[in-house]
Every structure is written in structure tokens, then in C-alpha cells.
Design a protein around this ligand. Structure first.
Ligand code: GLA
Ligand code: ZN
Length: 684
């Protein structure tokens, strides 16, 4: 598929603007405030289905004509929503098939949003029809910078139509019932299927026990895949309707970072640009947000993404909605850019006068004033973005380290009952990512279909599912000189969550040179120790799971310190071809992980961007036609100083020259446009 990227002459700045909630004079006021704040891209029409289409055969584009005309006359552009994210009342009433059935089997009624069944014939008729009409009407206009299909696709439906579509999906995947029954190990508890029509959607009426565990994991895992595909299918219907009218249109939808129900890797080929909504809770570590940005960047092999939404100040859907402290919105905006964002956008431009988002932060608050902290901060950032212009646009974030992130593995490992209820895929992957990131290493997140060729280190934890070809790919990576770390529960099951013959690490057994005899699972609060050996040094705490490794052909580099398995292996390395295959059998604490990943990077000859990066400081680097840019972000409330050997350039935000030693004020940001380097920039 050809890539159709939206084009901008500077980094777009703006957000969701819902003028349908106000009278016309307010729109003029809004637009003049946007001008004051340097805002130039507005997401419009996101929730306007009913006014655009008040009946089955009636359409009315008058208001949208007016909105787009107003933006155009002020030199602003639109990220044009297709408006289909909330089912109109008339549609839900006349065509109840458009509504979803939930996990408890209840058919939903009109109200709310993100509520259409992806397999409803009504939805599949009306949604693309509207998208096509919008494209026909506005497609040729420069004011439309890109297309925003629906909004935050997500959730699931369990209606009879989805169930029927699931059966077809399974027929495609397995061809025969024998293959399906084998893949699911359906002989267990007499779950064997004897005719395709007997297959039911897995929910709380049958196998599902709440959100987490299920009695038949193969079935649940396949439904998770199917529903992600079904929602993607709904997105594609609208995207195709737009492209049928305007083949060059840039089309996307807003993703949600580490959102469990959708396998965004499967979505990425159908998005012209990845766009996502970042809402860190105040308790999220900056590295957690960094991981989400990295994941979004990695979906399209490093292509820049759009920060489509963030709140300028406060959220409304957390239990306690703290204000973003002064400087935090700016810092988080630059953090997105540092990780590859080419747009900074907000939700919402003007705060709703009523309904459930009236307490959600906005650029323009209910008081409508500009002499406020939030408006000032928004306008200051607008001025900075104008000042840096287009110089960073299109630049990449090169990395030599990759961490494995795979949705089906996430689903499967959490679908299981046992070995521990405390297992959270994101916690483990985030800890591993953080160990690299906190030490200044540039990291990508990769999945089974990605090319590993550009990486020198590929580290994983909970690489629980090995799809066909993954073991061969990892083996080739190691034999070609890469360093691979297999963490907890590596290589347990195949794509249908059927355990590999011989147990873990399944097809990676030869590469790793170990097998797993048993896995101890102890409650939170119980720890053991990992005693590192050889060139590695130190004793670190470990928790959660404690694999009993049996070494066949590997070097022993760490042992347990306590319990009946004290002295037995927990960390091993096997040399294979030109590379190394490591296995870690537990959840190591942050300090231990740092030591381990630094050792792996040293072995691979991978350098951090900044040596001895102080805690709370974040560093990334982008490279492109406009030059090389080092981003330094101070996430602490104290000022901080850091030395970057060989660095010389100009801080684009302050205009100051930079020479090796950089001072950062509390929550400060430096964007250093590097002088042309003697050292070769690494091209990707
Ligand atoms: C999401 C949605 C928006 C809004 C915000 C509130 O990102 O896309 O419509 O509800 O959350 O935080
Ligand atoms: Zn359905």
C-alpha cells in the first residue's frame, strides 16, 4: 500500500474542536483565540453524525460547510472526522441491529458512543456512505489536511451476527473442525465442537470468568483476534470509501497506545499515519509514557506519528483529576516529539458546557479567558512550535535495541489461570523497556513480523506465544551476531495457545540451551535473590515467578539465592553462531535489570546516547533531512545538569549555544540541533 502522509510546513498544533455544542458567535471567538495560541489544525466533526444525517435519506452539510469555511478563511486546516463514532438515535431506534451485545448477552440501546456493532449491516451501510459523501464534498479542499475515521475504535460485541462472522473467520483459519479442536485442545472438559454452528462467542455466559481468565483459552484468544479484525474491518470500510473518492487522501484514526483489545500491529498497514491519544495518569512514570510513544512509533517501522489528543491540564475520567503542574503539559508535548511525534494536539479546544466531559480540561475553559495559566502555557508552546518550523518533521528515532511487544502474547498470557494472578504483561515489558530507556539507550518495540536486521540487541519477557516462523527469525538474528534475551515464560505456546511438545522454551530450546522443569509462583511481597556471576556482579531481588531452569548447553551466569532452589540456575547464556542467546527465569528488580541490559549492550557494542544519565532525565535523538536533534527532558522538579561528550549545537527552544554540558531547569526541555558531526550519523 502506498503511503499517503499529510503534508505540513510546520508542526501542526491544535486539537478536537466541537463547535456543534455552541452558537455561531462563539465559533468566531474560538478561532481568534486559536490564532493567539498559534493553533492551526482542528479535529472537527468527530461526533456529528446526527446533525449531518438526521434521517435515513437526509443529509445536511450546512454547518460543516460553515466550520470548514471559517477555518479556511483563517488559514487553519482540519483533521476531518467522519462523525461515525456515536450511533444516531433514529438509527438505534429504527435499526436495533446497529447496537452491540455485551459480554453478559445484553443488547444495548441508544445512548453513549463507540457503540456500533462492527458486523451490523446497518452500520456497514450507513457509516461508509457518510464517509464517502464527506469525501466527495470536501475531498479536493486544501483545508482538509487529513481524515479521522470515527473515534477510538475499541471494545467488543457478542451479538449473533458477530458470532456468525466469527465462525467464518475460524473456517478460514483452521479449515477443518479437527484442526480447530486440536488447536484449542477442546477434548478438555468435553469442549469438542462437532459442527461449525455450535461455536459460540466466548463471554460471561460460557467460558469467560470476568475480564481476565477463560476456561478455553484457544477460543478466547481467537475471539480477541477476530474482534480486533472486525473493528479494523469497520475502519477499513470508511477508509476505503474515502479513498474511492480521493485516492491521495491521508486517512487515520486515533489509537490509544497500550490498549489491550486491539492488535494495532494488524491495523498499522491501513493507517496512512499513526495517531494516538496520550492520557498519562499522574502516577505514570515518564518511562511508561515513553513506552507508549515508542510503541506507536514502532507500528509503522519508525515513521513519525501524531499526538492526536492530550489534555492541556486536567482529565475527568480518573478517580482524582489533578491539574497538570506548570510546565508539565509542555514537557509531555516535547516528550512526544522526542519520541517521533510530528503533531501536538489536544482534547478539547473549548470545554463542553454540559454532559460528561464538562469537567475535562480544555484550551478554552468555561470562563473563556486568555489571562490564565493554561492558556498562557498553550500559547507559549504554540510560539515555540512556530519558531522551530519544519526542521524536525519527518526525522526518525534510530535505535539498535529492540524490546518485544506482541498483542497476542499479551492476551494469551493474561487469559490463563495460573501460574499467578499477579502477572501483568505491561508491568513486565515496561520494566524491561525502562531498564534500557532510563540508561539513555534508544529502544524500539518489535513484534513477530518486524525485521530484526537493524538491531544488535533484542530483549523480551513474556514472549509466551511463538507464532510460526518466530523461533527461526530469532535464531537467525542470534546466529547473525545479535544478542537475544528470553525472559520469563519464553516459548510456552503456539499461536492457538497450545503448549509446545516438550514444554517451554519450545522451539527456542536449542538456541537457549535450557529447559524449564517447574515454575514457582509466590504472592506479592515474597522475593528471592538473583546472584550474578562471571563478569556480571551483584545480588538483586526477584519476584513473581521463579522458573527452575535445567541447563543443557549454556553458560551459568546467575543463580537463585534462597529457598529450596538456592544455587540453581536463573540466568544463562549460550553462544550461537556470531551471537548470544540469554535466558532469564524470573522477574528481576529494576536495579538488576539495569545491570543486565547494560551488560548486553556493552557486549553488543551499543552505546547510550548519554553516559551516566541522571535519574529523572530522559534523552532521545532524531535524525532526518533537517539534521540531528538531541532531546533532553528533565522530568524532575529540580534543576539538573548533564554532560554529553562531543555534543555541540544550538538549543532550538532557547536559541542558546550548547557545548557538552547542558543545564536543565525543573521540568525543562532542551532540543539541541547538533552541529554537523564528525561521527557518522547512523542511517536507517
Ligand atoms: C478520548 C476521546 C475524546 C475524549 C477524551 C477525554 O481520547 O477520544 O473524545 O473523550 O478521551 O479524555
Ligand atoms: Zn455484533
Amino acid at each position: 500500500m502506498t503511503t499517503r502522509l499529510p503534508t505540513f510546513t510546520k508542526m501542526p498544533y491544535g486539537g478536537d474542536w466541537n463547535p456543534e455544542q455552541w452558537e455561531r458567535p462563539v465559533w468566531d471567538e474560538d478561532v481568534s483565540l486559536f490564532e493567539q495560541a498559534g493553533i492551526d489544525l482542528l479535529s472537527v466533526n468527530i461526533f456529528a453524525w446526527t446533525t449531518l444525517q438526521p434521517g435515513e435519506d437526509t443529509y445536511d452539510f450546512t454547518r460543516l460547510d460553515d466550520v470548514l469555511g471559517l477555518l479556511e478563511s483563517h488559514g487553519m486546516r482540519a483533521c476531518l472526522g467522519t462523525g461515525t463514532a456515536a450511533v444516531p438515535a433514529w438509527m438505534a431506534t429504527r435499526f436495533p441491529d446497529v447496537m452491540r451485545v455485551d459480554e453478559q448477552g445484553r443488547l444495548h440501546r441508544f445512548g453513549g458512543r463507540h457503540n456500533a456493532c462492527p458486523n451490523s449491516p446497518t452500520y456497514r451501510r450507513f457509516a461508509p456512505a457518510l464517509a464517502g459523501k464527506l469525501a466527495r464534498r470536501y475531498g479536493g479542499r486544501d483545508v482538509v489536511a487529513l481524515w479521522h475515521v470515527s473515534n477510538e475504535f475499541g471494545g467488543a460485541c457478542y451479538c449473533p451476527r458477530c458470532e456468525a462472522a466469527f465462525r467464518l473467520w475460524l473456517r478460514e483459519r483452521y479449515s477443518t473442525l479437527d484442526a480447530l479442536n486440536h488447536a484449542w485442545n477442546a477434548a478438555f472438559w468435553s469442549q469438542t465442537i462437532t459442527a461449525w454452528e455450535e461455536i459460540v462467542a466466548p463471554n460471561e455466559l460460557n467460558v469467560q470468568r470476568g475480564q481476565r481468565t477463560t476456561a478455553l483459552q484457544g477460543l478466547t484468544l481467537d475471539y480477541q483476534r477476530f474482534m480486533s479484525d472486525a473493528l479494523l474491518g469497520a475502519y477499513r470500510l470508511e477508509a476505503d470509501a474515502i479513498r474511492a473518492e480521493i485516492p491521495t487522501a491521508a486517512v487515520t484514526t486515533n489509537l490509544m497506545g497500550t490498549y489491550r483489545p486491539l492488535d494495532y500491529r494488524a491495523w498499522a498497514p491501513y493507517l496512512d499515519v499513526v495517531a494516538w491519544d496520550s492520557y498519562p495518569s499522574p502516577s505514570d512514570a515518564p518511562a511508561t509514557t515513553a513506552l507508549r510513544h515508542t510503541l506507536m512509533r514502532s507500528l509503522k517501522a519508525g515513521q513519525p506519528f501524531m499526538l492526536m489528543e492530550q489534555t492541556p491540564s486536567q482529565q475527568n475520567w480518573q478517580a482524582y483529576n489533578a491539574l497538570k503542574r506548570p510546565g508539565v503539559m509542555r514537557l509531555q508535548s516535547w516528550q512526544a516529539v522526542a519520541h517521533g511525534a510530528d503533531a501536538v494536539m489536544f482534547f478539547q479546544m473549548r470545554r463542553s458546557p454540559g454532559a460528561c466531559e464538562k469537567f475535562h480540561g480544555a484550551v478554552i475553559e468555561h470562563h473563556g479567558r486568555t489571562d490564565t495559566r493554561v492558556f498562557r502555557e498553550v500559547a507559549q508552546l504554540g510560539a515555540e512550535l512556530r519558531r522551530i518550523g519544519n526542521v524536525t518533521l519527518g526525522s526518525r528515532v534510530p535505535a539498535r535495541v529492540a524490546v518485544w511487544f506482541d498483542w497476542p502474547a499479551w492476551w494469551a498470557v493474561e487469559n490463563s489461570s495460573g501460574p499467578t494472578a499477579a502477572l501483568e504483561y505491561l508491568n513486565e515489558v515496561t520494566a524491561l523497556y525502562t531498564a534500557f530507556h532510563a540508561q539513555g539507550y534508544a529502544v524500539d518495540l518489535v513484534g513477530p513480523d518486524d525485521d530484526l536486521g537493524r538491531y544488535k540487541v533484542m530483549a523480551s519477557t513474556l514472549l509466551y506465544l511463538l507464532p510460526v516462523g518466530a523461533a527461526e527469525k530469532i535464531t537467525a538474528f542470534v546466529e547473525g551476531g545479535g544478542i537475544f534475551l528470553g525472559g520469563l515464560m519464553t516459548g510456552v505456546a503456539d499461536e492457538s495457545d497450545r503448549v509446545f511438545p516438550g514444554g517451554p522454551p519450545g522451539p527456542l530450546r536449542e538456541l537457549l540451551g535450557v529447559w524449564v522443569e517447574e515454575v514457582d509462583a509466590l504472592p506479592p511481597g515474597h522475593a528471592n535473590e538473583v546472584i550474578l556471576q562471571g563478569k556480571l556482579d551483584g545480588t538483586f531481588a526477584c519476584t513473581l515467578l521463579f522458573e527452575q531452569l535445567r541447563v543443557e548447553d549454556a553458560e551459568l551466569l546467575g543463580t537463585y539465592g534462597q529457598d529450596f532452589y538456592a544455587g540453581s540456575p536463573v540466568l544463562t547464556r549460550r553462544w550461537a553462531g556470531k551471537g548470544q542467546a540469554w535466558k532469564l527465569g524470573t522477574s528481576l528488580d529494576a536495579a538488576g535489570l539495569r545491570v543486565l541490559v547494560r551488560f548486553l549492550c556493552d557486549e553488543a557494542g551499543v552505546q547510550p546516547l548519554v553516559p551516566d544519565l541522571p535519574d529523572g532525565l530522559e534523552v532521545t535523538r532524531r535524525e532526518g533531512d533537517g539534521g540531528c536533534f538531541l532531546f533532553l527532558l528533565n522530568h524532575t522538579a529540580q534543576k539538573c545538569q548533564v554532560t554529553v561528550p562531543g555534543l555541540s549545537g544550538t538549543d532550538l527552544l532557547s536559541g542558546e549555544p550548547i557545548d557538552q554540558t547542558v543545564m536543565l531547569p525543573p521540568r525543562g526541555v532542551r532540543l539541541v540541533h547538533e552541529d554537523q558531526l564528525e561521527k557518522e550519523p547512523e542511517r536507517y
